[in-house]
Ligand binder design. Sequence first.
Ligand code: GRF
Length: 221
Amino acid sequence: MSSGLSLPQTLAIMVSGAGSNLRAIVEACEGRRLSLHPTVVISDQPAAPALAYAREAGIAVLPIPIRNYPDREAWERDLADHLAALEPDLVALAGFMRVLSPDCVARFAGRMVNIHPSLLPRHPGLHPHRQALKAGDPVHGATVHLVTAVVDAGPRIAQIRVPVMAGDDETALIERTKSAEHRLYPLVLEWIARGRLALTADAVFQNGVKLVEPILVNDLI
Ligand code: GRF
């Protein structure tokens, strides 16, 4: 984005796995429910189904496998250099399974968002659905948040809730949560694209007012 006044137009998406959120985002763009242009899909996993889907969808892909580098720092520097050179207005992490260092995150401050499958601040980190089941939570969900130096702790932008049903196992809860994620992520990106939400390095503004609590998207509870 050339100036703080212009609206974001281009989107880079970073993935490691199945790519169901990527698909939801791309389908929203194709269906004109999301007015961003996905310009590149980057992955640390060259064989990720997400990358195969991106190729089929005609989006440029950039596999950057860590094994091609002498160490993690070299890998991350190259990844960040590539990403910066592409100058995306927004970067959406969609199941990108590596933690980015504070230095790397700082290069994309105010334009990198992530989706995490829990109602943050509950259950950050790995296996959030398992954590929710273990805690006996009656309600679970997903959060889109700004990426900052601390993992899963950036300002929360929006959340969607799902019920935890009697007899749910981890797989069932993952699937139910993912369906909700697919509604939430494109919607939030569209709010940013339209300027309804604005991001800074450490805050989110809704129509000019700093967001204190995440927006609760009409959900399935
Ligand atoms: C999603 O649950 C997302 O919230 C988390 O990783 C998972 C990625 O799934 N960060 P997919 O690759 O989008 O299907």
